[in-house]
Design a protein around this ligand. Structure first.
Ligand code: CA
Ligand code: CA
Length: 154
């Protein structure tokens, strides 16, 4: 009798331990694998908008890859609400990395790309950035409508 009771108690303890482990290690939630997404738009470059290349480059969009693998952005398009487009060259955005796409001219690096424009592209009051794959599928969008702020965290 006492032996049977002891076995039952041990079984219950083992079941409880199993439940505790299940609670400690729940199934990964959807989206835990991360994504490639627009993380920030700095739309009103610092100071007077004098169209200098430095000012144009003060305007930028950042795209982050929060997945654990590099993602090729070759042919991907970043567009504003008026459909001014920037098409990525052959380029892989590393795992956990962020790329900054500046409006003006400069030499591309692994962390910064340049649209090469001579005019601003991101409106200072309201606009919408859309990131599309080479085939046209929308990956992410980020809209803003606030002329009192200079940037938007997406
Ligand atoms: Ca602007
Ligand atoms: Ca400005």
């Amino acid at each position: 009798m006492s032996s049977a009771t002891g076995t039952t108690a041990r079984t219950a303890a083992a079941l409880a331990a199993g439940c505790a482990i299940a609670l400690l290690y729940p199934a990964a939630p959807a989206g835990a694998a991360g994504s490639v997404h627009i993380s920030k738009i700095y739309y009103d470059s610092p100071g007077t908008d004098n169209r200098s290349n430095a000012s144009l480059n003060g305007e930028y969009v950042q795209i982050k890859n929060s997945t654990s693998r590099g993602v090729s952005l070759k042919g991907w398009v970043l567009a504003d609400a008026s459909n001014h487009k920037y098409t990525f060259p052959r380029y892989t955005l590393g795992a956990g990395r962020t790329v900054t796409v500046r409006t003006g001219s400069g030499s591309d690096t692994s962390a910064t790309k340049y649209q090469g424009r001579r005019a601003y592209v991101w409106n200072n009051d309201r606009d919408k950035a859309t990131l599309r794959k080479a085939g046209g599928a929308t990956v992410d969008t980020c809209a803003y409508n606030n002329s009192r702020a200079d940037y938007k965290i997406c």
